[in-house]
Design a protein around this ligand. Structure first.
Ligand code: MGD
Ligand code: MGD
Ligand code: SF4
Ligand code: MO
Length: 746
């Protein structure tokens, strides 16, 4: 007889963090839908969430470790795999050059608590400065500007979409991406509600996106011109005397310095470079200033460019100057139940952030948030000398497709002495590994979001227990990482993981609670005695957090026990103003004019005088794709229409005509760095002079094991991009607005 049950599970695939309801018969998932009673996502789901079933069932998903022997992978037991790693790492560890090791952390790490909380321990055990992540392909500029303005890297202002009346979206496409640096399930529903209550949505993007289709107004902008647009708006706010700081006026510093710094950037002086008339730039500034509840939101389009940090800063500056920072209907800060630095320590003041505590060996790029730019990885492997990377750990990352110039990185990876990948697929990056250690299916792991409640449009706390018991003997990712860390410290590959975890937890606890005395430490230890691994860290963070039960001192407060009993999650209410309490800057003020950023403005003046390239390429995201790795799931692989794959080159008919390219033609795309071939799709949704190809494709490399993805490989956009093209402040790669030439391919 079949046994049926339902299980609830937070989706780990994007920042929206939707609740899913799974229908399970025996040990099979037979249906996936949105979890209607989830207090946060209220039943919303997208096709990727449904595909969690395909991922669980995917025959290509690795279920046991692989070791490369004589050039090909063979299945191995976990003991064999760790023994191999210990044996191969020994000589490198004995040589004593800690920077010979490197670690890359990829996007899924942000969605997997085991990696997020334990990945750092491996890096620490290795003792290397060579730590890289997808952050420098993504949001590092926003984290840096937020850190400089508000004192912590994750203190990012979030649009109060349910109460605003004007939302301006710059360089983001939440309808396809489901939101980013802003956890907001069902953006479409919320945008519709905004319009129904008489509000307006304005989109500024080089492509008339799915989000633009929903908007009242769409303006094309030349790629990479956001810094000019924003400076023009800020200048107009000052020169038209529209600056109103409102509620935060007593808590800001640097207003006069800011005004002086932007004086040369009138809308008229930047209009041509933006491709937006000066009158429109002034009107955008006026609309934001004159609408009582309004907000400007920007995302990856404004980050993956040479002025990423300046653009990210200016977005918050515009919100502040128009009186929309930290007020209802504007941009507010979340107050997370767990893991948030801006709820810990003394309220209203802090140490702020610093960058450049060390530098990349070859390029000299500064460390930012403990990381070096991932685009520097190839040269750190290639260039000889002390600190040359000789061994690499990739953790849920696929930089051969996701980072600039993958072909060069591929070659560099082949020269490593040793490489380990903690990954669930044999793909473009992991094929270079000597050992691959697969994580579990997400349905075999508990789920709790560490970062996203700090970015949520509404405060909430939710926990999902595992849906299925793991395959016996298959360790969780946190256990894999602890074991790797033990090996890196020279301890045995057979070290007792629980003892290691206990020891680290106790040491951290004793340090943190020292001021409260031994009795308090003993109470906490005994209260958490039944928990281990990430669960223990979650429980501790919940109970000592702003809504926590303080181990009995605040009855009714949050604990993991309580979340486990509440499968629909706990709603902690709409965001509320938090300035000055959430500030952690040394001055205790919102820093409107951080010196590091003002010092970068001459670079903008110089760039404004340079001619813009004739044709540039940008990326795009579509709903049924997720960076480089979900093209192997049947549900998502469908739907290329009349084209060979969904990885088409969008081209404005005017540009197509100029190059004698017809719809469906194969096109050779050439940049200063590389060359790829893709199929043309003509559409006036991209502005003239701009062409667009999605990233994360190029599954035609030999030696991978993603059978479905290989059938429609697409082309690797990042083969066109130069690893040296970066925002110098954040180390973020330039992945948009790069000059290309096109030619019809035979
Ligand atoms: N041109 C261009 N390039 C871009 C972007 C762009 O917009 N344009 N976007 C950038 C952005 S924002 C990001 S975040 C990066 C993403 O790039 P990466 O950080 O490289 O991440 P993904 O491409 O998502 O690849 C995820 C990897 O993790 C593995 N994986 C999936 N689930 C799990 C799991 O549960 N456990 C483990 N251990 N492994 C898992 C997959 O097999 C795959 O190898 O790409 C960046 N690259
Ligand atoms: N379906 C799906 N969802 C995803 C992902 C995915 O791959 N697929 N990836 C996830 C990840 S890792 C992230 S970081 C988020 C990103 O989430 P979003 O930031 O919303 O990502 P995009 O959809 O790439 O939107 C970026 C927009 O910027 C525009 N753009 C490009 N260059 C410029 C420019 O120079 N200036 C301006 N103003 N606009 C520009 C592009 O046309 C595009 O519409 O999405 C996440 N969600
Ligand atoms: S929007 Fe889709 S992929 Fe993102 S969390 Fe929700 S269901 Fe998952
Ligand atoms: Mo990302």
């Amino acid at each position: 007889m079949t046994t049926s049950r339902t299980a609830h599970r937070i989706c780990p695939f994007c920042e929206a963090c939707c609740g899913l309801t799974l229908r399970i018969e025996d040990d099979k998932v037979v249906g996936v839908r949105g979890h209607d009673e989830d207090v946060f996502s209220r039943g919303y789901i997208c096709p990727k969430g449904v595909a969690i079933k395909d991922l669980h069932d995917d025959p290509d998903r690795l279920r046991s470790p692989l070791i490369k022997r004589n050039g090909s992978f063979v299945e191995a037991t976990w003991d064999e795999a760790f023994a191999e790693i210990e044996r191969r790492l020994q000589p490198l560890l004995s040589a004593g050059d800690r920077d010979a090791f490197a670690v890359t952390l990829g996007n899924p790490a942000a969605h997997k608590i085991g990696i997020l909380l334990y990945g750092g321990r491996l890096a620490k055990a290795l003792g290397t400065r060579n730590v890289f992540s997808a952050s420098t392909l993504d949001q590092m500029p926003k984290q840096l500007s937020s850190g400089l303005m508000f004192g912590h890297w994750l203190s990012v202002p979030l649009p109060d979409i349910e109460r605003t009346n004007l939302m301006v979206v710059l360089g983001a496409n939440p309808l396809a991406s489901n939101g980013s640096m802003w956890t907001v399930p069902d953006f479409r529903g919320k945008a519709k509600a905004l319009k129904e209550r008489g509000g307006r949505l304005v989109v500024i993007d080089p492509r008339r996106t799915e989000t633009a289709a929903l908007a009242d107004q769409h303006h094309f902008i030349r790629p990479g011109a956001d810094v000019f647009l924003l400076l023009g708006m800020v200048q107009a706010l000052f020169s038209e005397q529209r600056v109103r700081l409102g509620a935060i006026s007593e808590h800001v510093a640097g207003l006069a310095e800011l005004e002086a710094a932007v004086i040369e950037f009138s809308p008229e002086s930047v209009a041509a470079r933006c491709g937006i008339p000066a009158g429109t730039i002034r009107q955008l500034a006026r609309d934001l200033a004159n609408t009582p509840r309004a907000v400007l939101y920007a995302r990856i389009g404004t980050c993956t460019q040479v002025f990423g940090t300046l653009s990210s800063w200016l977005v918050d500056v515009v919100n502040a100057l128009t009186g929309h920072l930290d007020v209802e209907g504007g941009a507010l800060f979340a107050k997370s139940a767990t893991f948030a630095q801006n709820t810990q320590g003394k309220p209203g003041i802090g140490r702020g952030i610093v960058t450049g505590r060390h530098h990349a060996r070859v390029s000299g790029a500064p460390e930012v948030y403990g990381e070096l730019p991932i685009s520097a990885l190839s040269e750190e492997i290639e260039a000889e000398g002390k600190g040359q990377v000789r061994a690499l750990f990739t953790i849920a990352s696929n930089p051969v497709l996701s980072a600039p110039n993958g072909p060069r990185l591929s070659e560099a990876l082949e020269t490593l002495e040793f490489m380990v990948s903690v990954d669930i697929y044999l793909n473009e990056t992991t094929r270079h590994a000597d050992v691959i250690l697969p994580g579990r299916s997400p349905l075999e792991d508990a789920h709790f979001d560490v970062a996203f409640p700090q970015l949520s449009y509404r405060n909430q706390a939710r926990y999902s227990p595992p849906v299925f018991a793991p395959t016996p003997g298959q360790p969780a990712e946190w256990e894999i990482l602890l074991r790797l860390a033990a090996i890196a410290r020279g301890e045995s590959a057979n070290a007792d993981i629980d003892a290691l975890d206990d020891a680290t937890f106790s040491a951290d606890l004793e340090r943190q609670l020292a001021p409260l005395g031994n009795e308090a430490i003993a109470i906490v230890k005994s209260a958490l005695a039944g928990r281990r691994g990430p669960d223990r860290l979650i429980d501790f963070s919940l109970r000592t957090g702003p809504y926590g039960d303080l181990f009995g001192q605040r009855p009714g407060g949050l604990s993991l026990n309580q979340l486990e009993r509440t499968p629909n999650g706990v709603d902690l209410g709409p965001l509320a103003p938090r300035i000055p309490e959430m500030l952690r800057t040394p001055s205790g003020k919102v820093e409107l004019a951080p010196p590091l950023l003002l010092a970068d403005l001459p670079r903008v003046s110089a760039a404004l005088r340079e001619p813009a390239p004739e044709l540039v390429i940008i990326g795009r995201r579509e709903v049924r794709s997720n960076n480089s790795w979900m093209h192997n799931l049947p549900l998502l692989a469908k739907g290329q229409g009349k084209y060979e794959s969904r990885c088409t080159l969008l081209l404005n008919p005017r540009d197509a005509q100029r190059h004698s390219i017809a719809d469906g033609d194969m096109v050779r795309i050439t940049s200063a760095t590389g060359e790829i071939i893709a199929q043309a799709e003509l559409s006036d949704e991209v502005m003239p002079g701009v062409t667009s190809l999605p990233h994360g494709w190029g599954h035609d490399q030999p030696g991978t094991r993603t059978n479905l993805a290989s059938k429609r490989p697409g082309a690797n956009l990042n083969a066109l991009f130069d690893p040296d093209a970066r925002d110098p402040l954040s180390g973020n790669s330039v992945l948009s607005g790069v000059a290309v030439t096109l030619a019809r391919a035979p």
